[in-house]
Design a protein around this ligand. Structure first.
Ligand code: NAD
Length: 496
């Protein structure tokens, strides 16, 4: 269902026939069109890349891209009729002048009220030049509508390159016009974290080091590098999954309560949390971070034998770490994070482990009960969606025996199928100007400052690779990391 007045907008999509655009972006815009969040009459999209295409050829690609979401073929055709193609080299200034003329024409034709969304879905080296050229060559709207710039990942390779990119973007757009995409923030469960925390005083009252033993964030993939070696071998798990998605999730878990649920307030609290992470020196990195690279497994070749991967690659396909927050809320409660490829299962999940009861009064009886366990609140991000809470209760046998059960809210297939896809949610927020689920620059900067010393050490010292079997749960050192604190990964060891 649409909420509010449908937004009028002219989109300009750089990388208009790229993989991401065809697989994710057009279906997302189409769903907003179907649901009425995007005005059905007053929108148009200009697709851009160096390719020479006619409008009809471009529209055929669009129909193909959205056909599985369409109620009838006519709906996809009507949608595609708003699409225009322009061959455009992002390094050629003349092309921006032509783009500006086309944008003016379409703006008049579709009465889009000067609202322009520039989506840069291209290799990151082009992000800065596109933003600056849009500004310098006069493609930004001056008619009183909005100009919003959407940037794909990755946002830099380290703090220095991210800052350089951000400086380029902010020379052309204000921070509040920039939407840095992190599609994990468009996921149902990620968006539920603040509501579960700040909507339930019962939870927020115990959301601190006094009651929480540790927090675990896992983004595990079953797939390997597939056909992305060209990009992935220069990135690795730390840059590809930890610096952005994982630390963003951590920020929602660790932040203090914002004064109100508006993006400026939320961002302020997220930044405070991220900036209070302890930054490790080289010795701290060795103690608190673990890297891995997958070896062979049943039906799997080692990473170093994957197509396009150098046979001596030092790239991390797995990263785990311990975060310590230097703040009052978290004190000595560690956050453990991990992400890797070729693991035993695909699971995006968060496990909040609460402390055990200080006194186990049942253990003093004569009835031989099971040991009481600490409660565990688990958020299921992907592929399952939902929340479970483990609690101690009595079993149904004669006499008093305790057992641990899960209070369980996992969405069934029907409801899960209704959940908007991440890019649809994020496009909706771009159109309504809501930056709640986008990474702000100070957050990105804090995350890079935390990750940089880890990456630096890993670049300097080759890893002892491969060090985990494909289809396993990652390197043993990642289990040892928790064992040193007398902890254990909750998943898969302790899940009921
Ligand atoms: P892609 O290579 O499929 O598409 C890139 C597009 O840029 C193509 O349309 C190409 O023609 C165009 N292009 C290249 N050089 C150009 C130039 N000089 N002038 C104009 N156009 C030019 O890439 P993709 O997989 O769609 O990824 C796009 C962005 O999205 C990247 O930043 C990537 O990191 C990010 N991303 C992609 C995925 C995915 O699943 N594909 C997932 C997450 C993030």
């Amino acid at each position: 269902m649409a909420t509010g007045t449908p937004t009028r907008a002219l989109f300009m999509l750089f990388g208009g026939t790229g993989d991401l655009a065809l697989r994710k972006l057009y279906p997302a815009i189409f769903n907003l069109y179907k649901k009425g969040s995007l005005s059905n009459d007053h929108f148009a999209l200009i697709g851009l890349s160096r390719k020479e295409l006619t409008d009809d050829e471009f529209r055929a690609k669009i129909i193909d891209s959205v056909s599985s979401e369409a109620d009838q073929p006519e709906q996809a055709q009507a949608f595609a009729s708003h699409f225009y193609w322009k061959s455009h080299d992002v390094t050629n200034n003349d092309h921006y002048s032509e783009l500006s003329d086309l944008a003016d024409q379409l703006e008049a034709k579709y009465a889009t009220e000067g609202n322009r969304v520039f989506y840069v879905s291209m290799a990151p080296r082009f992000f800065g030049i596109v933003a600056q050229s849009l500004h310098d060559q006069g493609v930004l709207s001056t008619n009183g509508g909005f100009n919003r710039l959407v940037i794909e990942k990755p946002f830099g390779r380290d703090y220095a390159s991210a800052k350089e990119l951000n400086d380029a973007l902010t020379s052309a757009f204000n921070e509040n016009q920039i939407y840095r995409i992190d599609h994990y923030l468009g996921k149902e469960t990620t968006q539920a974290i603040p509501v579960l925390r700040f909507g339930n005083p019962m939870l927020e009252a115990v959301w601190n080091h006094e009651y929480i033993k540790d927090v675990q964030v896992t983004l595990a993939e079953k797939l390997g590098v597939e056909d992305r070696a060209g990009y992935y071998d220069t990135a690795g798990a730390l840059r590809d999954m930890i610096q952005n998605h994982t630390l963003q999730i951590v920020s929602y878990l660790a932040m203090d309560q914002p004064n109100s649920f508006v993006d400026t307030e939320i961002r302020r609290e997220k930044v405070k949390a991220l900036e209070s992470m302890e930054i490790y020196d080289a010795e701290g990195v060795k103690q608190n971070f673990v890297r891995g690279q997958y070896g062979a497994g049943p039906d799997s070749v080692p990473y170093r034998e994957e197509p396009g991967v150098p046979s001596d690659s030092n790239n991390d396909t797995y990263a785990a770490g311990k975060i310590v927050f230097n703040n009052h809320r978290w004190g000595d409660t560690p956050f453990y994070i991990r992400s890797g490829k070729k693991l035993a299962d695909k699971q995006g999940r968060i496990d909040i482990e609460f402390k055990k009861p200080l006194v186990d009064i049942f253990a003093k009886g004569t009835k031989q009960p099971a040991e009481l366990q600490g409660n565990v609140l688990s958020f299921y991000i992907d592929p399952k969606i939902g929340v479970t809470l483990s609690v101690n209760t009595k079993d149904s046998e004669q006499g008093l025996h305790t057992e641990t059960i899960d209070l369980n809210y996992l969405q069934g297939a029907d409801r899960a199928a209704q959940v908007p896809l991440p890019y649809e949610r994020l496009f909706h927020d771009i159109l309504t100007g809501d930056g709640t689920y986008f990474a702000s620059w100070p957050e990105v900067a804090a995350a890079w400052k935390f990750v940089d010393p880890v990456q630096k050490l890993w670049d300097q010292e080759p890893g002892d690779f491969p060090n985990y079997e494909s289809g396993s749960m990652g390197p043993k050192a990642a289990d040892d990391l928790l064992a040193r604190d007398d902890n254990q990964w909750y998943w898969p060891h302790n899940v009921h």
